[in-house]
Write a protein that binds this ligand. Structure first.
Ligand code: URA
Length: 307
């Protein structure tokens, strides 16, 4: 079996476990006519496993199998994926940094010219918003610094705050399975980050989404990461990430942002549900898989092999 075939088998296994069975399996970039009525111009070496509703501009489509909800619910969640330990520069956090009451514009120009190492130091010592008061450590991001795929979440939770790596809690386990379904892994052509780099907590010490002010304060770091990475595609996981990358009406629902290829500068951005949401609403995993397929199409059209 070639490594390409092994990848195909692996993805098929994850999709099967998802309960949404692989309808299309994309290999390499050429285009051939779809064997399924209603779909055409899909990449070559695609196999049809079941009839699906035609979806314009979606390269790979998975047909939801919703007769066994429990199976779908346990699919991505139950897959245990070995997570490589991230390599981070050994940089000590500054002790007791002064806290700014509000986001400051100071230093934005400096951030815009930082190297990866300087960014790591700056984020580790950041006091641009009050989130720095409660963090154990800032979480810059992890992965391949030349990755074609950038996944952006909202912010570290308690586990991430302790470990210093994004997406290592329950939502991260699901994200690992989503990566595997795309034949990606942490650190292999993928980079994971968040709209904010410090854990937002509510008055009871529980995780909460970052505010717009906190996101804005942290945005220069995300912008610099994107400039350094130059990813072929960005996947925004949830509304906070989507708003941070694309701006727009804070009241908009993720559902309204899905199924479009947005742009951050020239980089395609696909919005999908946050994995923590998918843990609560597992039936939406099939929709999320369609979003990932749209992202794979955008990745392919940026001139790189899709998956
Ligand atoms: N949720 C996020 O959005 N990011 C993380 O790093 C962890 C959970």
């Amino acid at each position: 079996m070639t490594s390409a075939d092994a990848g195909m088998v692996r993805r098929a296994r994850f999709l099967h476990e998802l309960g949404i069975g692989p309808v299309w399996v994309q290999r390499y970039g050429h285009v051939q006519k779809s064997p399924v009525e209603g779909l055409s111009d899909v990449p070559s070496r695609i196999t049809a496993a079941a009839p699906v509703e035609p979806l314009p501009s979606v390269v790979m489509v998975a047909a939801p199998v919703i007769d066994k909800q429990e199976k779908i619910a346990s699919a991505w969640d139950d897959v245990s994926v070995p997570v490589p330990v991230p390599v981070r520069a050994g940089i000590a956090a500054a002790s007791a940094p002064p806290v700014l009451a509000l986001a400051s514009d100071d230093g934005v120009a400096a951030i815009a010219s930082m190297s990866w190492q300087e960014l790591d130091i700056a984020v580790t010592n950041c006091t641009r918003c009050p989130l720095c008061k409660n963090r154990k450590q800032a979480v810059l991001g992890t992965g391949d610094q030349k990755a074609g795929w950038l996944f952006v979440g909202e912010g570290p939770g308690s586990v991430e705050d302790q470990k210093g790596e994004p997406f290592v809690g329950p939502a991260g386990k699901l994200l690992d399975s989503m990566l595997l379904a795309l034949d990606l892994r942490r650190g292999e052509n993928s980079y994971l980050s968040n709209a904010v780099k410090c854990r937002p907590v509510d008055a009871d010490g529980k995780d909460r989404p970052p505010t717009a002010v906190e996101s804005a304060a942290c945005r220069p770091y995300l912008e610099r990461q994107i400039t350094l990475l130059k990813p072929a595609v960005i996947v925004a996981l949830g509304k906070v990430a989507a708003l941070s990358l694309l701006g727009g009406d804070p009241k908009i629902a993720v559902a309204a942002l899905r199924e479009h290829t947005h742009r951050y500068g020239s980089i395609p951005v696909v919005v999908t549900y946050h994995p923590a949401y998918l843990l609560r609403k597992p039936l939406d995993k099939a929709k999320s898989w369609r979003d990932l397929c749209l992202a794979a199409q955008a990745y392919a059209s940026e001139g790189k092999l899709a998956i």
